[in-house]
Design a protein around this ligand. Structure first.
Ligand code: ATP
Length: 256
């Protein structure tokens, strides 16, 4: 297996408060890995350090074996790390396919060439990304009228245009209805399987996590208390303690 991401003893202190305290883990190629934990556990802080938005107080981040600790978000993005956010960042005044075409122009470094020829050039390529997320039939609809779940799928297509080797997804299903959540994560799982991309995601919905993640990490008060398969995490007494009363966390996810 090829290791895409390795994190060693990562720490982040906010005015002396250790929000992330000595976190180490790795993500392999083609792995769909979840980072879970109660509110304030340090998940966003971790993500922001991986993507370069925050500089770690200590520790190292390696991408494909290269030390990228403290590098700028744009440099990390260029090295093949994509990110989706809790709030979608599409251009509402444009159509679905135009949003993907804009992302492709940026990927091909032609953002300022908005000629009719450039738009035509990327239309077929954009359509193939829309097909990947089953949005081909909505290509010419304005984004402003899309359902929230469709916007999330579009955002995923946009992230894929950059052909990331690692995709960081911050609560990808936040704000979605339960059925739509499972559908979106099934789509992500299919993309991981078909394209060999690695995905690291944070998520509060345990059904989504236990149904789809290959491996699960649990963060509590800045420390990683578990990193393993669903069965290993489910059986971990410390994890059960954190999520109060054991059964609560896993009751609905026992089918996983
Ligand atoms: N800019 C900041 N300055 C000071 N403290 C911060 C800052 N950002 C986060 N924290 C604190 O660091 C801790 C970890 O926060 P973080 O947002 O990383 O947690 P989280 O696991 O992502 O939480 P949630 O699930 O609620 O999004 C929290 O106690 C939070 O209050």
């Amino acid at each position: 297996m090829t290791e895409i991401l390795r994190v060693e003893d990562l720490k982040k202190s906010y005015d002396g408060f250790l929000a992330v305290n000595g976190v180490s883990f790795s993500v392999q190629q083609g792995e769909l890995k979840a980072l879970i934990g109660p509110n304030g556990a340090g998940k966003s802080t971790c993500f922001n350090m991986l993507m370069g938005q925050l500089k770690p107080t200590a520790g190292r981040v390696f991408l494909n074996g290269e030390d990228v600790t403290g590098q700028r978000p744009r440099d990390i993005w260029r090295k093949g790390v994509g990110r989706t956010f809790q709030i979608t960042g599409t251009y509402q005044s444009m159509t679905v396919i135009e949003n993907v075409q804009m992302a492709l122009m940026s990927h091909h470094r032609r953002l300022f060439n908005l000629s009719a020829r450039a738009w035509r050039m990327y239309r077929d390529e954009a359509m193939s990304f829309l097909d990947t997320v089953s949005m081909g039939d909505q290509a010419d609809r304005p984004c402003s009228i899309l359902a929230y779940g469709d916007l999330k799928r579009l955002e995923l297509a946009i992230a894929l245009t950059h052909r990331p080797r690692l995709l960081l997804m911050d609560e990808p299903t936040a704000g979605m209805a339960p059925t739509a959540r499972v559908e979106l994560m099934q789509l992500v799982a299919d993309i991981v399987r078909d394209q060999g991309v690695s995905v690291l995601f944070t998520e509060h919905d345990m059904d989504v996590v236990f149904a789809h993640a290959h491996h699960i990490m649990v963060l509590n008060r800045g420390e990683l208390i578990a990193d393993g398969s669903a069965a290993q995490v489910r059986a971990n007494p410390q994890v059960q303690e954190v999520y109060l009363g054991g059964g609560m966390l896993f009751k609905e996810a026992d089918h996983a």
